[in-house]
Design a protein around this ligand. Structure first.
Ligand code: RB5
Length: 185
């Protein structure tokens, strides 16, 4: 996601008074795109998800996200997904990154371990509907993917959908989330 910041631009007129820039008077939105703040996304994968991570990471950069890579940094068939997903999950919980993408072979192990971290709401996603509804209703903050299950094109679509979705803040959804927060105390 990109956050668009609207900035008012002023000029000093001949009486040394601040006046809105004439361009902005006629085209009020013209300067909106000048400032963009990129959303920080964390990504992590074990050997089962490494290949997909190599696809998703440049995809995120192409969408102008800032990416923090929690590993693995090489294909190592002996590595363990908790070693990468736990640091990613802690970064999401502490808001070092806004959202996370965790990939293992099936996406199952990644989801299990991510949800052990207080404040994380992770889910294995295999369909477009859940990629956005999981955020809109459940405030999902980590998307888990199965590197051996989901094709590259579908995975990209789920990632994009997840990152472009926002929690609705609806009363019944907040009520449900509060019950989960109570459980975490
Ligand atoms: C690793 O071989 C595999 O078990 C792991 O990536 C993941 O699928 C676990 O859920």
């Amino acid at each position: 996601m990109r956050i668009y910041v609207y900035s008012k631009v002023y000029v000093v007129n001949k009486n040394f008074k601040l006046r809105p820039h004439p361009l902005q008077v006629f085209f009020p939105l013209i300067l909106v795109n000048l400032y963009t703040i990129n959303m920080k996304i964390g990504i992590a994968a074990d050997h089962g998800g490494f290949e997909l991570k190599q696809i998703i990471q440049p995809f995120l950069l192409s969408l102008n996200y800032e990416v923090i890579d929690f590993g693995a940094y090489e294909q190592n068939n002996l590595d363990d997904y908790p070693d990468y997903v736990i640091p990613l999950s802690k970064a999401v919980a502490s808001k070092q990154v806004e959202r996370g993408i965790a990939i293992c072979g099936s996406g199952v192990g990644a989801a299990i371990v991510a949800n052990k971290i207080r404040g994380v709401r992770a889910s294995l996603i295999n369909d477009h509907f859940s990629a956005h509804q999981g955020v809109e209703d459940d405030d999902m903050n980590i998307l888990c993917l199965g590197g051996r299950i989901t094709g590259f094109a579908a995975a990209k679509e789920f990632v994009k959908t997840f990152l472009e979705s926002r929690f609705s803040g609806g009363e019944k959804y907040v009520r449900r989330l509060n019950k989960i927060i109570d459980l975490e105390k």
